[in-house]
Design a protein around this ligand. Structure first.
Ligand code: GLY
Length: 357
């Protein structure tokens, strides 16, 4: 097992290994295990059994699968359920599932009785290296993703790599977008791993790759827990990605939207004077094989991009790369946004052909 420590005011550890779900034990009498409906009967129950063996009174609550868990109605229903079931300030919430499960469960934990203890058990790659680490929690509004939320750090994270072997191949590849992103932002070795021919749930070096990707996030979050500055770099590729997700009503899932968004951001970075990294982001798209994008105009996406949380009163801001592992935040002119879109769109037909072939 490997461990990455987050050196925050209240420090915590991310444990990464095989079979570690069975080892979970917590110092709380009552524990609500909020599990994605797709894994509630499997990993949710495994976690509850381990907690019960350690002396907790653990109960599994099944969430609507995926992003549907992040509806305000689900959040409200859970608060009432926890109140009826008698959870107190000494109780804890544990999330089991992907990023949506940890976002929702974290927001429940952040607000129930003004905040109770929270732990995460990510079962997708995307959640292991990103969503379940760092304390961003929230729900979606009809107007956009994550528009209501809170920072509420978990007190511990268990990333059991065995859970990845049961994911559909497409979901595993989707999650690699956030791993690759951490490579581009801070550690080129991670990008090499992801593009290695054998990379997958049974890749011999997977534990080390996940550890390296978590370490990138942990270091950024420790320096900037409330996103006053460099934490925004973790948003690389996300301005366009969130617009793709919203415009397609999430037909393009997050990790695939991020893969496209990183490629666009690479074009933008080059036009702003950076090294051309678009061959690398293109190679990643070839590996990931995201769903093809529907026919889109930039004008369709700009209203969604304007809701990006990095936008301020003066307009849009993007995370760009001067070169490998050299991120910065910049305002980009409308003309450059358009030129990068043209360059990005030119790559799409060949990518679609590769995805089919
Ligand atoms: N997912 C980006 C962050 O946690 O800041």
């Amino acid at each position: 097992m490997r461990q990455v420590d987050l050196n925050l005011e209240v420090p915590y550890s991310v444990r990464i290994g095989h079979g570690i779900l069975h080892e979970i034990s917590l110092p709380h009498r009552k524990v609500a295990v909020l599990a994605d409906g797709a894994v509630a009967e499997t990993y949710g129950n495994t976690v509850a059994v381990a907690l019960s063996a350690g002396g907790s009174d653990a109960r599994v609550y099944s969430l609507p699968p995926g992003e549907d868990a992040k509806a305000v109605s689900v959040y409200e229903g859970l608060l009432s359920t926890l109140a009826r079931d008698g959870l107190t300030r000494d109780s804890a919430v544990v999330s089991v599932g992907g990023g949506a499960a940890s976002d929702l469960a974290g927001f429940v934990a952040a607000t129930y009785l003004r905040g109770i203890a929270f732990y995460t058990v990510p079962t997708t790659l995307l959640a292991m290296v990103d969503a379940a680490v760092g304390g961003k929690t929230g729900v979606n509004l009809p107007e956009g993703k994550n528009l209501a939320g809170a920072f509420h750090q978990p007190r511990g994270v268990w990333a059991d790599l065995d859970t990845l072997a049961t994911l559909p191949d497409r979901v595993f590849r989707e999650g690699t977008a956030e791993v690759f992103k951490h490579g581009l932002l801070a550690n080129p070795g991670i990008c090499r791993d992801v593009l290695a021919p054998l990379f997958g749930p049974n890749y011999p070096g997977l534990e080390a790759t996940v550890e390296a990707a978590v370490r990138v996030k942990a270091e950024v979050v420790a320096r900037d827990p409330f996103e006053k500055g460099e934490r925004a770099y973790l948003n690389f590729g996300h301005t366009l990605a969130h617009a793709f997700e919203a415009f397609t009503h999430r037909e393009i899932p997050h990790g695939e939207a991020v893969a496209y968004g990183m490629h666009y951001a690479a074009h933008l970075s080059y036009l702003e004077g950076g090294t051309d990294l678009s061959n690398l982001t293109r190679a990643f798209l070839t590996y990931q094989r995201p769903r093809p994008l529907p026919p889109l105009d930039l004008a369709d996406l700009l209203p969604y991009m304007a809701r990006d949380k990095k936008a301020d009163d003066e307009g849009l801001r993007f995370v760009l790369l001067r070169g490998m592992a050299q991120p910065y935040l910049a305002r980009v002119g409308a003309d450059t946004i358009e030129r990068a879109w043209t360059a990005f769109q030119k790559d799409l037909p060949a990518l679609a052909a590769e995805a089919v072939g």
